[in-house]
Design a protein around this ligand. Sequence first.
Ligand code: VGL
Ligand code: ZN
Length: 239
Amino acid sequence: MAVVLDRRRLLGMGALALAGLAPALARAQTKIALARTDALIVVDVQRCFTKGGSLAVPDGDAIVPLINDIAKKFANVVLTQDWHTPGHVSFASSHPGKKPFDVIDLPYGKQVLWPDHCVQGTDGAGLHPDLAIPHAQLVIRKGYNKDVDSYSAFLEADSKTTTGLGGYLKARAINRVFVCGLATDFCVAWTAQDARKEGMEALVIEDASRGIDAQGSLAAAWTKMMSVGVKRIKSGDLA
Ligand code: VGL
Ligand code: ZN
């Protein structure tokens, strides 16, 4: 007979193959352990950005139960709310002849124009009714200056006006933030990048976020985030 492999030899090969796989398996199974120096930042999970809202992010509602679950793992949770004045500079309606998703030049740079959304004190600006994170410690509002947008929870679009979030986190010895929410390619991405500027580790939980993806903005945002050291993880990576 040409090839006879005895049982012993087969078993031996199997063990060898498995041994070769072991480091990869170990890596895949290493979960991220959370500490009191970590915070979860839940970005803009508001009615305006979910089903029926004026700037509804596709599938935005789907992340709410997942975020509620993830949040239970964190000792520190910060929520953000987009919180615009009526007639805000980021609204297309504030610029005659312009329509949503047009881009204009403002003193601080390019600004995408949006449908009116998250106007201070309106129902649309409220947190999603199913968001259930009673232990969240801080709600930070942003975009409340009429002439400046603020995708980031740290720094307004003029790149100099701070919301105070960096100081708050530092004062509480938090040095690593996990970011999730809406929208991946705008407020989540800018928040994660600015956390890096604050000298913190930043990880975006991809499956607990959803993007708007206007003109390739989602892929561009990931490239940008990666380039400044933001890590891309999934909720299942958390211990
Ligand atoms: C957002 C567009 C305009 C966001 C806020 O939360 O990502 N996007 N305002
Ligand atoms: Zn906004």
